[in-house]
Design a protein around this ligand. Structure first.
Ligand code: URA
Length: 430
């Protein structure tokens, strides 16, 4: 029997977008469904992605594109839980371990946090890679296990199943190799399709700005934030965004086990000021988004309730919260060549150095070193003496030191100018 004729001609749709026209809603549905099941070829979708990168998508097209990506897979439903659900998504940055203290903290304040996370690629680390440095912890949970953990513990951080927005998995891999990642509508629909499919009732976005972020300029970050907030609200998910600084790494560590250790310090009531500040700012937004305004997350951090949830969350996924974290076999210290004030510590340079030390992967199938990474001893504005330690580099493979040092050398400066503090939270959108 001959196969039925396609509802649309993909080449016509590519031409329409290429020439600045608008795609009909049915055409968008058809395109995403046909690409997901292989009727639209990779080369055709890559031409379409480039046309979208150059021409953009209207608000109507974008809402439909996102809805079609959600419809390509399963949509989770946590409405049966006794607590309101709220999630956080960060567009990714160096040393961004905030999910680790944040999810148990918000759960300790009465919400349920279903955090589906990914592994890292390139200079930013992935939350799952970080947690996998905890001995015994496993990322793969079924829906029933996830739901039970959300009800009992209140927080779950696990891998997104392959059924969640499969159109995005295919399209993101294609964009990665066709120079079409940097399109605001494609980034917004990619992130929001996964977050909406995850079934959360509210969402707080942490949109990073600066050298270590996807969005290098504040104007681009603001446009991305506004686009994602609009998509969330149109889909009935209460959505707000914070624009936050990512020109310098968050906290004093970049690397998997190093970041887990720093997160545990925050849960124990200590940790670097910027990590605590951002954790609390995001927690307050998440709690407000689900109407839990009577609880102050600072109290739950100070009195150990967030730590109790962390221990339960790690334990429920097979991890031992008391186990010693892996440490790299070798370390090397980078010292100040002169006395002065630290002028800058560039997030991208630190992220690349951690990656070259073995903390990140170049290809999806690569393994990461749990103990590898960069420990910072200084922040911009700190005074240092000649010879003072600036960074400690950690790796299992000492032949990696030279390349990590080379990239780091370009990423900091010690000089004589005074350095003013930069606000961590730049703006709120929503
Ligand atoms: N993260 C995503 O999930 N998708 C993008 O397109 C970019 C970042």
């Amino acid at each position: 029997m001959p196969s039925p004729a396609p509802a649309f001609d993909v080449v016509d749709l590519i031409r329409t977008k290429r020439d600045g026209g608008e795609l009909e809603p049915d055409a968008v549905d058809w395109l995403i469904a046909a690409y997901t099941d292989g009727r639209v070829a990779e080369e055709q979708m890559s031409a379409m992605a480039m046309a979208v990168l150059l021409r953009g998508l209207s608000r109507t097209e974008l809402a439909r594109w996102t809805a079609a990506m959600i419809a390509s897979g399963e949509r989770m439903n946590f409405s049966g839980l006794s607590r309101p659900t709220v999630d956080k998504h960060s567009t990714g940055g160096v040393g961004d371990k905030i999910t680790l203290p944040l999810a148990p903290l918000v759960a300790a304040c009465g919400a349920a946090v279903p955090q589906l996370s990914g592994r890292g690629l390139g200079h930013t680390g992935g939350t799952l890679d970080k947690l996998e440095s905890v001995p015994g912890w496993r990322a793969g949970l079924g829906v029933a296990e996830m739901t039970a953990q959300l009800e009992d513990v209140g927080a779950v951080i696990c891998a997104a199943g392959s059924d969640l927005a499969p159109a995005d998995k295919k399209l993101y891999a294609l964009r990665d190799v066709t120079g079409t990642v940097e399109s605001i509508p494609l980034i917004a629909s990619s992130i929001m399709s996964k977050k909406i499919a995850e079934g959360t009732s509210a969402l707080v976005l942490d949109v990073k700005v600066g050298s270590g972020a996807f969005m290098k300029s504040e104007a681009d970050a603001r446009e991305l934030a506004e686009t994602m907030v609009g998509l969330g609200q149109d889909a009935g998910v209460t959505t707000v965004a914070l624009l936050t600084q990512m020109s310098t790494p968050l906290g004093l560590t970049a690397g998997n086990a190093l970041e887990v250790a720093e997160s545990v310090e925050v849960l124990a009531g200590g940790g670097p000021e910027d990590v605590v500040e951002l954790t609390l700012a995001l927690a307050r937004e998440m709690l407000a988004a689900v109407g839990l305004t009577a609880v102050d997350p600072a109290d739950a951090l100070a009195d150990g309730r967030a730590m109790d949830v962390w221990r339960a969350m790690i334990g429920a996924q097979g991890g031992d919260p008391d186990a010693t974290l892996p440490r790299a076999r070798e370390t090397e210290v980078v010292r100040a060549g002169r006395a002065g004030t630290v002028q800058r510590v560039d997030a991208m340079a630190v992220g690349l150095a951690a990656w070259r030390l073995g903390a990140g992967r170049a290809r999806r199938e690569d393994a990461v070193q749990a103990g590898a990474g960069v420990q910072l001893h200084v922040r911009p504005g700190d005074r240092v003496a000649a010879g003072a330690p600036l960074f400690t580099l950690h790796t299992d493979t000492p032949q990696r030191f030279a390349r990590a040092q080379a990239v780091l050398a370009e990423g900091y400066a010690v000089g004589d100018e005074p350095v003013g503090a930069q606000p961590l939270v730049i703006d709120r959108i929503g």
